[in-house]
Ligand binder design. Structure first.
Ligand code: GDP
Ligand code: MG
Length: 447
């Protein structure tokens, strides 16, 4: 997939939102930083990155969540919408209304003009249009032959003159043929840079053809430099759209796409390979959806819904903070955790807990214990569950007999309960607890 790396990083980031228990300022800050990092790695311009992340942050912090969706869904929606806007928001279509409609491709050497001419011809021919290719690149010796070959492959009539060195003459040479077609695609010559000479040539041909579309072809591998190039061409030749090629071969595609959008000229197509059908219309919404893997995201959101919901967690924390935490709550906590899956996964879901460094073996043992704790608790009285301090050695004997477990196991459960209670006390009063610090204070979990 195009921009795979950027997609992966953004997906990872959104996964964190889906799995987080709380949406708070800290999570938003973290999210914005990760999006920034991912975009900078895709060579997006620093200022554009800053602008984008600032609008995500402002909306996330200020916008009220609509009643119909959760905070998490809202946050993911904001990220999606802002990314779409970042890439141009709406799809820009080339309309073939007039017969014939003319497209003129311009751009620098090697940007992919000739290849893209062939791709576009194939694209529209497949959709039932009568298409012709006309070669007006008189600077490159092999240009005419290249276009001719492409035309042959896709069965599209191609008009070239391999010896004529004047593009205007070539245009007139085939003029009477043009009315036979719905769509005329003109391949033109490029230069190493947008020189006076090139501008003049484009102006001359433009005046001659008066094409409906003047499409600038830009290679994605120039990354954010695409903005300057697009602006220059736009200013001198009034382009109507941009085609970004070679998105398949570079990690800088995010930079090129956002840069083109910032230039003010819309992106119409993207080139994603060397083959003739490696072309797509550019639709920012579809593009971002695919980049973020919306299918995956929906699944994630579902998972987030099934697990502990925010209110449940709040209820529990409130109780805990008021010092009311007892074995019943520990039991509830365990039940809720069981619903969420294996313990090591759950720890990843709790902000800050993922990297605390609890050894895997400790966790595996913990899961086993949780199973028999439930059995033990089922043999306790309501009074014992609500106030475990009343559990004397005699009571332990009774519970052990009733549950078929050992007294040692009951002691262990009570120890865990005291530890949890201690941890809850530490949490008390901390608005955004730093789990790492807390764990260090607790000490015991590190062993
Ligand atoms: P021109 O000088 O602008 O006409 O550029 P060409 O059409 O001759 O293309 C230059 C090179 O880029 C050729 O080797 C093409 O095969 C290659 N190319 C063009 N578009 C793409 C694309 O979307 N992906 C990849 N990987 N290569 C492309
Ligand atoms: Mg060419």
């Amino acid at each position: 997939m195009v921009l795979e790396k950027l997609g992966t990083s953004l997906k990872e980031t959104l996964k964190k939102i889906a799995e987080a228990v709380f949406v708070n300022d800290k999570l938003i800050e973290e999210l914005v930083r990760e999006i920034q990092r991912a975009l900078l790695q895709a060579d997006v311009n620093v200022q554009l990155v800053f602008k984008l992340s600032e609008s995500i942050k402002q909306r996330a912090l200020k916008e009220k969540t609509p009643e119909t969706i959760t905070k998490k869904e809202h946050l993911i929606k904001i990220v999606y919408e802002e990314l779409v806007r970042f890439l141009g928001e709406h799809k820009q279509e080339i309309k073939i209304t007039k017969r014939p409609t003319s497209l003129m491709l311009v751009g620098l050497f090697g940007s992919g003009k000739t290849t893209t001419s062939g791709k576009l011809a194939y694209y529209y021919a497949k959709r039932g249009h009568k298409v012709a290719l006309i070669g007006l690149d008189v600077h490159r010796p092999a240009a005419a032959a290249q276009l001719e070959q492409l035309g042959k492959k896709i069965n599209v009539p191609t008009y070239v003159n391999k010896t004529e060195k004047n593009a205007v003459k070539i245009y007139h040479e085939f003029e009477k043929e043009y009315t036979k077609y719905d769509l005329l695609i003109f391949d033109t010559a490029g230069r190493d840079a947008l020189s006076e000479d090139l501008i003049k040539e484009i102006e001359t041909i433009n005046h001659l053809i008066k094409p409906e579309e003047r499409l600038l072809v830009i290679s994605a591998d120039i990354g954010q430099a695409a903005q300057r190039q697009a602006e220059q061409f736009h200013k001198s030749c009034q382009i109507t759209g941009i085609i970004v090629t070679k998105l398949d071969g570079t990690g800088k595609g995010g930079g090129a796409l956002s840069a083109c959008n910032a230039s003010g000229a819309p992106i119409t197509f993207i080139g994603t390979g060397e083959k003739l059908d490696d072309i797509e219309t550019f639709n920012p919404q579809g593009f971002v959806s695919r980049l973020l893997g919306m299918g995956d995201l929906e699944a994630l959101l579902e998972k987030a819904k099934e697990a502990l919901d925010e209110n449940q967690v709040k209820d529990l924390s409130k109780k805990v903070l008021q010092g009311e935490f007892n074995l019943v709550d520990l039991y509830d906590q365990i039940q809720a955790m069981n619903k969420m899956g294996p313990l090591n996964k759950i720890l990843d879901l709790i902000p800050g807990m993922g990297n605390v460094g609890i050894p895997k073996e400790a966790l595996a043992g913990q899961e086993e214990k949780i199973k028999y704790w439930k059995i033990l608790m089922n043999s306790m009285t309501k009074g014992e569950l609500e106030d475990p301090d009343i559990i004397t050695p005699q009571r332990m004997e009774r519970i052990a007999k009733g549950s078929g477990r050992s007294v040692g196991e009951i002691r262990e459960l009570l120890k865990q309960y005291k530890q949890s209670k201690k941890m809850m006390k530490l949490l008390k009063g901390e608005k955004n607890p730093d789990m790492n610090k807390l764990m260090k204070k607790m000490g015991k979990f590190k062993k």
